[in-house]
Every structure is written in C-alpha cells, then in structure tokens.
Write a protein that binds this ligand. Structure first.
Ligand code: GTQ
Ligand code: FE2
Length: 358
C-alpha cells in the first residue's frame, strides 16, 4: 500500500467509514455462511442438570424462570441455539410458581414428558401434558404454577435472539401473586377455539392465535391419518404445521411450529433452507444427518440446524419400550415466518448426491 492509500484507509476509519471492497465477500457470500454450527444436545445430559438446578436455584423475581438455554458453540457463548431462536429446558419443582410477567418476545412450551403444571396465559390457566404445545404470544401476561408434589420439565422456545438483534425487546412484571391458581382440564381458549372448522361468533377479533393449547391427541391423530393415507410430505413422512385457527397462518408471528412423523425405516430426502431451526425428538429413534455428519438421536434430543445446512432424517426400525409406535416423531421450530415476511425464504432442491459430503 502506498503512503497515500494508507492515509486514505486511516481517514476512512477516523470518519467512521468502511469501504465495501474490504468486506464484500464476508458480508455478501454467494450462499449463507452461518457462524452457528450444527449441534446436538442429549436430553439424557440436559435433564439431570435441570433437576440439579431445581435443588439449588430458587425461581422468582429478577431471574423469573429456572430456564437453562442451549448455547450454540458457534455463537461465542451467547445463550442462543441459532442466531434467531432461543431453546431452553425449564424446570418447576413441587408447588413452585414462576411469577407473572410479559414481554415482546413470543414463546411456546413443548412437553416431552410429565404433566401437572398450568401455564396461565392472560388469565387463562392451561394444563401442560406430554406432547402438548402451548403458546405465549408476545405481550401476553404469563406465569407457570405447579400445584403437585412432582417436578416438571419442558422445552421453551422463544424469538429472544431475533428480538435482541433488532433491539425490539420490552419486558414488564405482572402483579405479584398469581390471581388464578385453578387447575381446569380445559382452558377457556380451547373451549372457544378447539372445535375443528368452527369459529366462535361474538368474540373479539383475536390479535394473535386464540388457541394457546395444541393437544397431542390431535397432533397424533393428524400424523397417523396422513401416514395411513400415504398423503404426507414424502413416502413414510407425515408433517403438520401448528396454525392460528382464526387466520390459517403460523401460530406465532415469528416462530414456525411443526410436528413430523417418519415411519419405521423411512428415510427423508435431504433438505436445505435459508433460516435456522431446532428439532426435538419426541418419540422413537433414528438419525439426523447435518452436512454429511450423521447423529444418532433418541427421545428428547435437541438439534440446532443453522441456515443452509443440509439435513436428512432417517427413522430406525425399532420399537422402544413404552413408545407409541415404531419410527420417529419430531417437533420442529424455525424462524421461517420472519424470513417469509421479509422475502428472504429460500430452499434448495434435494441434493443429487445425498450422503457424506465432508
Ligand atoms: O417461561 O416465561 O425460557 O420469559 C425464557 C424467557 C422462558 C417464560 C424462557 C421466559 C420464559
Ligand atoms: Fe416469559
């Protein structure tokens, strides 16, 4: 570099400027180059750690929740599973209450095992049981309470990293003390909105999905029928999206929620899409192959799939004791609604050479 050029670059820096030609390739790659890496967290390791926190760390004001976040090793120690998605295991001990609050971040709970906690969403107590998906749309007040003598754990998913990146986070405490500690079997949300194809009249136009609870019995029946009818995504692969019954759109504004079932021995075609996702095994076992690396997975295991990572799923042909059926059931959440709204969604056609590529 000539002394004159050197002075120019110094003056750029002093003036708060960066020339494109020094950063173009890093900032505008041909295809996404995520810092997040494909990563697997074993439930068998997470769960005991959450239980230990249960014995040592109180749940209350300030920290708000006994939630332990999955931190992607590519994201410099930040508590983010992917650049847009938070995934955490939350533990609530016998007779504990997680106090009411609300925030602009949207949340869901997915229950891998156990029951006995009610999440109270805008005053509506919602029972949590295995396989259920419960919503906490942005700015709804929510608290969780466990009236039983047994602890419960579940998966939380939120858009915390996305909201952090765009500096749109707002948070408020709710009134201390939980007003409604009742434990109804069915929430008001379900009594109004969980009748297929029937929209209640005379109720206010909902600002977010009014359903709040998506029960495993319905998810399971939908997946079973799709596989029986061979009408799914591909042979041996059925999938459903959780939607807002008032609009047919995604159940949450920023997070797509899906359940997938692979029949025993089924092998899905490799897929690749812009935007990131997290998968959790709900039942059965199989493998998730990420950019050619094969990871065996079993019940509860969580996998982060960064943008443009090739993913192929295979179900083992085995029946686990206590599982509903052979094959592999998975829950998935992604940032797809954000990318779609912004015109950034893209998917690649299946790779012509599936299998190991690295
Ligand atoms: O349960 O309200 O994992 O506010 C992170 C933030 C759970 C919750 C999390 C939260 C919650
Ligand atoms: Fe919260």
């Amino acid at each position: 570099m000539t002394p004159e050029e050197q002075r120019l670059y110094q003056d750029f820096e002093r003036a708060g400027l960066v020339p494109l030609w020094t950063v173009r390739e890093g900032l505008m790659p041909a295809t996404p180059t995520p810092r997040a890496v494909p990563h697997l967290w074993h439930w068998a390791r997470l769960h005991p750690l959450a239980a230990r926190a249960g014995g040592l760390v109180p749940v209350g004001r300030g920290g708000e929740r006994r939630a332990i976040a999955l931190a992607n090793p590519g994201l410099a120690g930040q508590p983010f599973a992917t650049p847009t998605l938070w995934a955490a295991i939350q533990y609530l001990g016998p007779r504990e209450v997680a106090p009411p609050h609300r925030h602009s971040q949207s949340a869901f709970r997915f229950v891998l095992e156990g029951e006995g906690v009610w999440t109270v969403v805008d005053g509506d107590p919602v029972a949590m049981r295995r396989g259920d998906l419960l919503l906490t749309p942005g700015m709804c007040f929510h608290a969780h309470h466990n009236p039983r003598s047994t602890p419960m754990t579940w998966l939380d998913g939120l858009d915390i990293p996305f909201v952090h990146h765009v500096d749109a986070g707002f948070f408020e405490y709710g009134p201390d003390g939980l007003d409604d500690r009742s434990t109804p079997e069915r929430s008001r949300a379900e009594r109004l909105w969980a009748h297929p194809g029937l929209r209640p009249l005379g109720v206010p136009e909902p600002a977010h999905s009014p359903l709040i609870a998506y029960r495993w019995e319905h998810t399971d029946a939908a997946l079973t029928a799709q596989l029986d009818l061979a009408a799914g995504v591909e042979p041996g692969h059925a999938a459903v999206r959780f939607t807002n019954p008032a609009t047919g759109g995604d159940a949450l504004a920023t997070i797509r929620l899906e359940a997938h079932r692979f029949a025993a021995g089924a092998r899905g075609a490799p897929t690749r899409e812009a935007g990131s996702s997290v998968w959790q095994v709900f039942a059965g076992s199989g493998t998730l192959t990420l950019d050619g690396r094969r990871h065996p997975v079993e019940r509860g295991d969580l996998v982060a799939v960064p943008s443009w990572t090739e993913l192929a799923i295979e179900a083992f042909d085995s029946r686990e004791p206590g599982e509903a059926g052979a094959g592999l059931d998975l829950f998935r959440f992604s940032d797809a609604p954000v990318l779609e709204r912004l015109g950034l969604a893209r998917a690649a056609p299946p790779s012509p050479h599936p299998g190991a590529r690295r």
